[in-house]
Design a protein around this ligand. Sequence first.
Ligand code: ARE
Ligand code: CA
Length: 477
Amino acid sequence: QFDPQQWNNRNTIVHLFEWKWDDIANECENFLAPKGFAGVQVSPVNENVIVYDRPWWERYQPLSYKLVTRSGNEKQFADMVRRCNNVGVRIYVDVIFNHMAADNSHAVGTAGSRAVPETKDFPAVPFSSWDFHPSCDIYNYNDPNQVRNCELVGLKDLDQGKEYVREKIVEFLDHLVELGVAGFRVDAAKHMWPADLDVIYKRIKNLNTQHGFAPNSRPFIVQEVIDLGGEGISKYEYSDLGAITEFRFSAEIGKAFRGNNDLKYLRNWGEEWGFLESHKALVFVDNHDNQRSHGGGGNDILTYKQDKNYKMATAFTLAHPFSITRIMSSFAFEHSDQGPPQDSQGNLLSPVIYSDNSCGGGWVCEHRWRQIYNMVGFKNQVRGTGVNDWWDNGKNQIAFCRGGEGFIAFNLENYDLNKEFQTCLPAGTYCDVISGDKNGSNCSGKTVVVGNGGKANIYIGAKEYDGVLAIHKGSRL
Ligand code: ARE
Ligand code: CA
């Protein structure tokens, strides 16, 4: 369950938050596969309660396990999975089985199901009050019993200790496996008992070989456990069961690239920072919660709104060998409850794709920013190598090589970086994939001339649009 089941020349996941299935299928074929993305985390696929004004978070309130949401129906979902798998892009589903919807006396769902969450009556599954923990609030995160047996923000709390509840959950997960998904992001894992999760995970079917998975492959599992330290529940209680969302990474990378912790300290980036082991940590600069101040990380988190720093933090994340990486792809928002781009009937709108690769229509598409997708290519190119020839100026300028495959430099100072470096690359002219794209023998950005012996002069002006420069074997002109 630690293996993300990706094609072996690719390794980054993008979270296409609130995208429609048809649009994701197109994106896999037209953009993600050609740019070397390995997978997509999709928004919840099962029926959710319809909330007035349609905030994004209604999808975290399940009414049933029918695969009908604003992103599309089951047929569209199945088509998407097939089309993405065909071009080597895996699908990971955000699954919610800690709870069902919160208090409401007549809930209506996206598949037309009705429920009475107030009395814990969900006939479309069916679940009744018998399947839930008694109602109580979570207010003390130091009390593991409360965190796991009470209601997270009022959401009706399923009892995964019950055989019937386990069966319904496994049935749902198996259905998705049959449709060809590669794994799951388990929402609110911290709010469930590790022993119950262990039973559930072990019962899930092997991945579907008709979608190109090797026989006996297990679904990848990444558990949402927010552990910034100092609470009653630790990520280590879950880290033998599957990978974990490493929120500490998000907080620390934000602090560093906001200029609140010198970049020179990133020299020993990894487990020494209190992160989980590399193969157990799923890392990200921001996620759909903490980019809008839900979930953990506080004011340290960088988002698309601090674009220069954000791109630098993302470049570092993708340049460094540590962990399994996930890129956030957002819709633009002003306030934290705001829903995704939608029409007056509440139908989701498709992103508008421009010829320069960027997108609009209310969508940000960080994954389509050149500085980000080209670093996905960088990461693929340097796979299997470590960090070597680390250099820093004692503060906020750093540089390093990835074996003999790639070189990257960062300048977060308010003065220029202009210096000769060992790039570890063969002599030649290289295209900086941050300031431009390589197109045949042309480069639309800066070029770097590497001499015999691997040395090159690197310049990153303090006022430049981006504070990073990256070259690799695949960007040689
Ligand atoms: C919404 C309304 C609430 C209302 C509720 C019920 O906002 O006001 O009470 O509905 O009517 C998302 C949104 C919530 C939303 C919910 C349901 O973020 O605002 O509630 O959907 O629609 C904790 C959990 C962690 C959780 C975060 C948000 O541990 O699991 O809170 N993250 C996941 C998802 C969310 C989702 C849910 C869970 C629920 O990623 O998107 O909620 O399915 C410390 C602790 C953390 C804690 C954090 C915040 O850092 O260590 O554990 O995270 O504080 O409390
Ligand atoms: Ca629970």
